[in-house]
Structure formats: structure tokens, C-alpha cells
Design a protein around this ligand. Structure first.
Ligand code: FE2
Length: 583
């Protein structure tokens, strides 16, 4: 008997045609031949990538009833973890993948979708149902979290090998483990080889003070001190930002607890949406963008959607809270910049000028905060045959808002700007407040998903790799291409496929060649999804290995006849568990 459809009257469904389906799971490893080219002899590590792999839920029992619940926002796909182990000697790649949220899907369907928190999914429902949904969400998530199984949450924005486990963790002989992370306070530990989920835990297991609901999916790793750094924050009327570091043994240090700015007005901190933050050699720099949770986070709980709970205050500055890392001084000052928003940080460094002032050079992919409403269409790659839909999406007038989400949503026609912010902390040994707004320089436009040589973290770097959006035409599908930015020379080099199909190159991970001192001596790894102009039955994905210096193809490895969207990944060198490029 067909499964009854859930109440999933998605307000975006009529406007959107996200090309994502369900990815087949490859639990048993397979050895894939390099289909074109030769892997460099030194490339013998493992890349992990994670991203939404299931968008049509409820078909696992093969009842024939079709999907009972369709996810429309690219950020909300239920996560798959992919593992690619390079073997240059055999010129093969060992590949396996794993669905990470089986029980989450099961529980979601059993509860009729009630109580979940999404990034962008939103449902039309009556006031009574909304209140029941709210009560269920508070009961399940905020006040009395239920005991969890290893797959009972959806945690799959970043994938981090060799992450330190809490020092209290008794089950593990090793203190480092493979984890997936997200923007809420939960981590999923998985087996680094089979990718089998092992348990879900929170930052409270590191230190009970880390009890905020929010955390950054992107932590920082200091390759010198071997510390992992992150921040939690609670949603509510009096939020506290807890900035902390974890050493390889899991020992956790609270670097600062911030409730007010050290600006002229001691401005109280408000709950805001964040996905990352800056770190330099000596400081953690927390940029509080004016992307606030409306009504102290009440709207987030009511709507069950991050987007439905946010408001962008274009005329409010960005507050940078500066936290000392090494001397126990905590929150030392607050510096201001005009409003902006960034999902992704590129790099940060601090240095002193001849007058004793401390300067911060902070690179990121910056946006006007209004863009958050266009994330609905992220990765909605337009085929050439679908060009008219693209034109109508771009022309569509935004007539109304529903739970804070604009209807109809726009299409992503460009990424943000690669900006370098310079912040000046004048007279750091005096108590005077700093009032001047920071300045910024635009290095290039249409840029996001940045990666660089990790040996240059917190130092002056020259090269950054990322993605760009190229609009479709009637003859050519939309393309998310790769770009290499030479920050010193202010030039960019684009990598495009020789193809008229639409395609999406995922975040390019840079891997340094062994024993090389040249910053761009290495390869760039990207998982490419091809949206065939002839139709989705021809879609496929493959792994691309580029020479990072010339930005040309070295090797390709066919993965499968499906679309495997991923946002982020990490590479770990097999020879040394502590080297690589982590996210
Ligand atoms: Fe991200």
C-alpha cells in the first residue's frame, strides 16, 4: 500500500527544481581506475568529502509509494560521507561512501516531520500545528534532548579526520577520531575507514560550559600548537559566546566568554548566524555579522528554519571581538567594520606596526547579507535546455515573504567578493576604545569555497583556490568553475571543462607536494558533478586532479552515474596523521 504523503507543503516547491536526487550508497570499498592521466607518485593520502546525499525521503522500504518527504534546500540534504584513498603506484582510487542519518530519516517520517530544525526548509501550516511543532521542537531539542543513536541527527557540513575526542571519552584508545560537524552543537564520530557512524556527542562533553546550541561548522586548526579552536553560542535573550581551544589529548581551554563588546558603548552581544570565524597566530577574531536571530531566537524555534528565524540589519556594523590565545587575557578589544556577511574565512594574520599598534589582515568571501535568501538556489545548476527557467528566476519579482523567506527566491548568479579586511588595534596597552571602522580591499569578485596551502595558515599567503559561478546560455549549461587567485599579482586563473553541459566543481582542496617549499607546488582535488544538457539520466560525477601551479588537468577518476553534491572536505596524508588540509 502506498505510504501516505506527509504534510510537506513546501512553499518553494513551485518555484524550484533542485536537480538533486538520492545518491546510491557504496558501503563496500571499490577500486576505481584512473580513467585519464596518472596520479603524482607522492599522492597517497585520503580525501573525505561530505554533503547532502538524500533529498527524497521515505523510499528506503521500497514500498513503491515514492518519496514521502522532499527536501528542497541544498543545505538540508541528509548527509553522505565519501572517502577517496589515492594509490599512485597502482594508479587507482579506493572509494566508499556512507549515509550518515538513517535514524534521523526514520524518526522524521515517524513523527510526521515534527520538531526538526532545518537551514532553509519551511512548511505552511496552521497556527495550531505551528504551536504543536514548536512545542515538539523545544521538547526534543532545546530542553530535554533524547538519547541519541549514532545516526539520529543530520550532521554533515564539514568532515574532519584526526579531531581530538573529549578527554573524558573512555571508549577510545586513541584520542583522535574522524568526525563530521555542523553549525549546531553536535558532532558525529565515524570510523575513518568504513565510515560507519559510531556515536553522536556535543561540545558539552569537552567542557560543560560549552552548552550553546550554535557552533561553527568550520573550526580552525593551528598546525604549530596542534590546537583545534571553535566557539559556541546560545540563542536567547542574553547570549554568551564561548571561545575555546582543544589540544590533541582533548583538554579544553575556555579562551573567553563574551556577553558585551569592548567598543565605546559596550554593545551587548546578540545571537547571530555564523558558520566560521577568524583565527590568527595570537588571537581568535569573532566577526559578529548583523545577521541576527529575530526575537531572541524564538522565530527559529517557531519556524524550525534558520532562514525563517533570521533578520539582516544592513545598517548595523560588524563587531569583531578579539580574543587573546596564549596569555589568558581573554576578550581584549572589539573593533568595528561596516556590515557584511561571510560563510567562509580564507586566512587571518596579525602583526605589529612601528607604533606598536596591532593590525589584523583578515581574508574572507564576503557578501551583502541579503544573499542568504538566495541560498535556496545554490547548486540548482541550470541545463542549457532549461535556460528559459533561469531567465524567469532572475526576473522574478519578490512579492512576499513567508516566515522570513523571500518568495520567489532568486537564483545564485554570483558568489561573494574575496575581500581583505584590515583592522587596526591602536595602543593595545592602553584602555582607550577603538572607534574607527575597518577598511577592506576587494581582491576579486565572484568567489567562494576557498582553500589554500595549509602551511600558510596565519601567515602571508599568495595563492587561494575557490569556485566561481558562470551563468548559463541557450547553448551552454550553468557552470561552477574553479579559480586560482594570485593575491600578490592580483590576477585570477579559471579552470573550465571543455563541455557545454552544466557542471558543479566542488570546493578545491589543495594538497602540497612532498618536501616542497613552493606554495603552489601540489595538486588541487575537486569532485565534479555534470548536469548533462540531454537530461538527468546522463548525469555523472568524477574526481578531478589538477596541477595546482599550471591549473591544468593531471588525472580524472570516474565515480558514478549520479550527482553527489558536497560542500566541504579534508585531505589527510597517510604517512603522518597530523598533516593534511582540514576543514
Ligand atoms: Fe562552509
Amino acid at each position: 500500500m502506498p505510504r501516505p504523503k506527509l504534510h510537506n507543503a513546501n512553499i518553494l516547491a513551485e518555484f524550484q527544481n533542485l536537480n538533486y536526487g538520492n545518491v546510491p550508497e557504496q558501503m563496500n570499498p571499490i577500486w576505481l581506475p584512473v580513467t585519464e592521466g596518472q596520479l603524482p607518485t607522492w599522492l597517497n593520502g585520503t580525501m573525505y568529502r561530505v554533503g547532502g546525499g538524500r533529498y527524497k525521503l521515505g523510499d528506503l522500504d521500497h514500498s513503491g509509494g515514492g518519496a514521502a518527504f522532499t527536501i528542497r534546500h541544498a543545505f538540508d540534504g541528509l548527509p553522505y560521507l565519501y572517502r577517496f584513498q589515492f594509490n599512485s603506484k597502482d594508479n587507482t582510487v579506493r572509494f566508499n561512501s556512507r549515509y550518515l542519518a538513517k535514524d534521523f530519516e526514520k524518526n522524521l517520517l515517524a513523527s510526521n516531520g515534527r520538531g526538526a530544525v532545518w537551514f532553509g526548509e519551511s512548511k505552511n501550516m496552521s497556527t495550531w500545528n505551528r504551536l504543536k511543532d514548536f512545542a515538539s521542537r523545544v521538547d526534543h531539542l532545546a530542553l530535554r534532548p533524547k538519547s541519541s543513536t549514532p545516526t539520529s541527527l543530520s550532521i554533515g557540513i564539514t568532515a574532519t579526520p584526526n579531531y581530538p575526542l573529549p578527554s573524558s571519552s573512555s571508549s577510545s584508545s586513541t584520542r583522535l577520531a574522524m568526525v563530521t560537524k555542523s553549525d549546531f552543537n553536535g558532532l558525529q564520530q565515524v570510523d575513518h575507514d568504513s565510515l560507519e557512524p559510531q556515536k553522536i556527542y556535543t561540545y558539552r562533553d569537552y567542557d560543560k560550559r560549552l552548552d550553546g546550541q550554535l557552533v561553527a561548522a568550520h573550526h580552525h586548526y593551528d598546525y604549530d600548537t596542534k590546537e583545534s579552536i571553535n566557539m559556541t553560542m546560545n540563542v536567547g535573550g542574553k547570549p554568551t559566546i564561548q571561545v575555546f581551544s582543544i589540544n590533541p589529548q582533548g583538554k579544553t581551554t575556555i579562551l573567553a566568554s563574551i556577553q558585551r563588546g569592548k567598543d565605546k558603548h559596550n554593545t551587548p552581544v546578540r545571537s547571530f548566524y555564523y558558520h566560521s570565524f577568524f583565527t590568527t597566530k595570537n588571537y581568535v577574531v569573532i566577526p559578529v555579522y548583523p545577521m541576527y536571530y529575530r526575537n531572541y531566537g524564538l522565530d527559529l524555534l517557531l519556524n524550525g528554519s534558520v532562514l525563517g528565524g533570521l533578520e539582516w540589519e544592513a545598517n548595523t556594523p560588524t563587531y569583531f571581538h578579539i580574543v587573546d590565545r596564549h596569555h589568558g587575557k581573554g576578550h581584549v578589544t572589539t573593533l568595528l567594520a561596516p556590515s557584511f556577511f561571510a560563510f567562509h574565512i580564507i586566512n587571518g594574520r596579525d602583526y605589529q606596526d612601528e607604533h606598536g599598534n596591532i593590525l589584523f589582515e583578515l581574508d574572507c568571501a564576503a557578501y551583502n547579507g541579503d544573499m542568504i535568501y538566495e541560498t535556496h538556489a545554490f547548486g540548482d545548476i541550470i541545463r542549457a535546455s532549461d535556460y528559459d527557467r533561469y531567465v524567469s528566476l532572475c526576473k522574478g519579482k519578490r512579492k512576499r515573504k513567508n516566515n522570513g523567506i523571500r518568495i520567489p527566491p532568486g537564483h545564485v548568479t554570483t558568489f561573494g567578493d574575496y575581500r581583505r579586511y584590515t583592522l587596526e588595534w591602536k595602543n593595545p596597552h592602553r584602555t582607550t576604545t577603538n572607534t574607527a571602522l575597518a577598511t577592506f580591499e576587494t581582491i576579486c569578485t565572484n568567489f567562494d569555497f576557498p582553500r589554500m596551502n595549509s602551511a600558510y595558515c596565519f601567515k602571508e599567503h599568495r595563492y587561494v583556490y575557490g569556485c566561481q559561478v558562470q551563468p548559463p546560455t541557450r547553448e551552454r549549461g550553468e557552470r561552477y568553475t574553479l579559480v586560482k587567485v594570485d593575491v600578490q599579482q592580483r590576477v585570477t586563473k579559471t579552470f573550465e571543462l571543455e563541455s557545454h553541459h552544466g557542471y558543479l566543481c566542488s570546493e578545491p582542496i589543495f594538497v602540497s607536494a612532498k618536501d616542497s617549499d613552493d606554495e603552489d607546488d601540489g595538486v588541487v582535488l575537486s569532485l565534479v558533478n555534470v548536469f548533462d544538457n540531454r537530461g538527468s539520466q546522463y548525469d555523472h560525477c568524477y574526481l578531478l586532479v589538477l596541477d595546482a601551479s599550471s591549473f591544468t588537468t593531471i588525472a580524472k577518476i570516474n565515480i558514478g552515474a549520479y550527482i553527489a553534491p558536497t560542500f566541504h572536505g579534508s585531505y589527510v596524508d597517510d604517512a603522518s596523521l597530523e598533516t593534511g588540509s582540514f576543514n
